[in-house]
Design a protein around this ligand. Structure first.
Ligand code: NAD
Ligand code: TYD
Length: 358
């Protein structure tokens, strides 16, 4: 039985990944989720899994070397899937320090602890051990024109403190691969959407505001482009890279699904309008009049677009969920989980929202 150490498993992608893995492998795997539970970490995301006897939650900070070393010492870890990070660009613009702390130094701690646990006396690594560092396409910077794409060979050119910290963490992982032949992979994925995403990010924020009849803040001219991937397709890509990837390689993950932000916002409005029965009083306010153009994000990257050729040809990964279906499933999920939304938007979120959008 393989044992996975998942960091940041209580966040958006981590919790979806844990769901995906238990659905796929049932009781053939064990997962230890290490998460310090920042504002973005939510135990509710794994409520249906917490009693699974093959699942363990450990509340710990990835920057705490003693705590992470102890987890490696007490458990025979075969796979590390490293999600834990500060992940929101707007927060990184306001408070960059914690991004460097968690994303760069936290990754270094994870690498060092895995290396210590897995390294043999001759400097090679124990058979079958793997570390997958989950990263983003934002490390490549911004594409201005249509028809150009991010490849694995595209030079890093991050602009936000978030993307700079992720780029730095990628380079630290790469240095361990190059220097020690440490058995790691790096995946650089495009924007994810799906269930359990914290409503600071575009899609859940717009869904929540639309349902509440609140203004829909669109930065700048609304024409920035993101390449959206359904989160379960990302989970599948991570699993496939881990099992079929070439050790030491990096893989871009994306599904050629470029959309302007304004298109996303309008799709959400129209889908919710269709979903609400005529008798629902909210129906009256669900229309494009909610859209409000606001000041642009500082240093706002114009366009992201992944070329997923390598993961397709080497590993055979393809996204399964078409955007038209994925966005409907996602909106339906938030519609049916308004209690989840109420819990995450109470308290500290209100203060964040007021400061960010006033
Ligand atoms: P998220 O913000 O939803 O979750 C991050 C999780 O990490 C939370 O559970 C949080 O509590 C935990 N965490 C933060 N600091 C920690 C620390 N010091 N110690 C332990 N746990 C800590 O993020 P997400 O959207 O799920 O992203 C997960 C990873 O995927 C990140 O590394 C991110 O850079 C990467 N990524 C995200 C996207 C996206 O569209 N969301 C796309 C590509 C890559
Ligand atoms: P976001 O979900 O924060 O992801 P990222 O910045 O990592 O790509 O934002 C996606 C896009 O939506 C980005 O171009 C910024 C824009 N955006 C808005 O227009 N309004 C908002 O309130 C938010 C949160 C984002």
């Amino acid at each position: 039985m393989r044992t996975y150490l998942v960091t940041g498993g209580s966040g958006f992608i981590g919790s979806n990944y844990i769901h995906y893995m238990f659905d796929r492998y049932k009781d053939e795997i064990r997962i230890i989720n290490v998460d310090v539970l920042t504002y973005a970490g939510n135990p509710e995301n794994l409520k249906d899994i917490e009693n699974n006897e093959n699942y363990t939650f450990i509340k710990a900070d990835i920057c705490d070397r003693d705590a992470i070393e102890e987890i490696f010492a007490k458990n025979e870890i075969d796979r590390v899937v490293h999600f834990a990070a500060e992940s929101h660009v707007d927060r990184s613009i306001r408070n960059p320090e914690v991004f460097v702390q968690t994303n760069v130094l936290g990754t270094l701690v994870m690498l060092n602890c895995a290396k210590k646990a897995w390294e043999l006396e001759d400097g090679s690594f124990r058979e079958g051990k793997r570390f997958l560092h989950v990263s983003t396409d934002e490390v490549y910077g911004s594409l201005e024109e249509e028809g150009t794409y991010f490849y694995e060979t595209t030079p890093y050119d991050p602009h936000s403190p978030y993307s700079a910290s992720k780029a730095s963490s990628d380079l630290v992982v790469k240095s361990y691969i190059d220097t020690y032949h440490f058995p790691a992979f790096i995946t650089n994925c495009s924007n994810n959407y799906g269930a359990y995403q914290f409503p600071e990010k575009l899609i859940p924020l717009i869904i929540n505001n639309t349902l509440q009849g609140k203004k829909l803040p669109v930065y700048g001219d609304g024409k920035n482009v993101r390449d959206w991937l359904y989160v379960m397709d990302h989970a599948k890509a991570i699993d496939m890279v881990m099992e079929k990837g070439r050790i030491g390689e990096k893989y871009n993950v994306g599904g050629h699904n470029e959309r302007q932000n304004i298109e996303i916002v309008k799709t959400i409005i129209h889908t919710i309008a269709e979903m609400l029965p005529d008798s629902d009083p909210r129906k009256a306010h669900v229309n494009e009049e909610l859209i409000t153009y606001v000041a642009d994000r500082k240093g706002h990257d114009r366009r992201y677009a992944i070329a997923p050729d390598k993961i397709r040809s080497e590993i055979g990964w393809e996204p399964e969920t078409k955007f038209e279906d994925g966005i409907k499933m996602t909106i339906k999920w938030y519609f049916e989980h308004q209690e989840w939304m109420q819990h995450v938007t109470s308290g500290a979120y209100q203060k964040y929202y007021e400061e960010m959008y006033r």
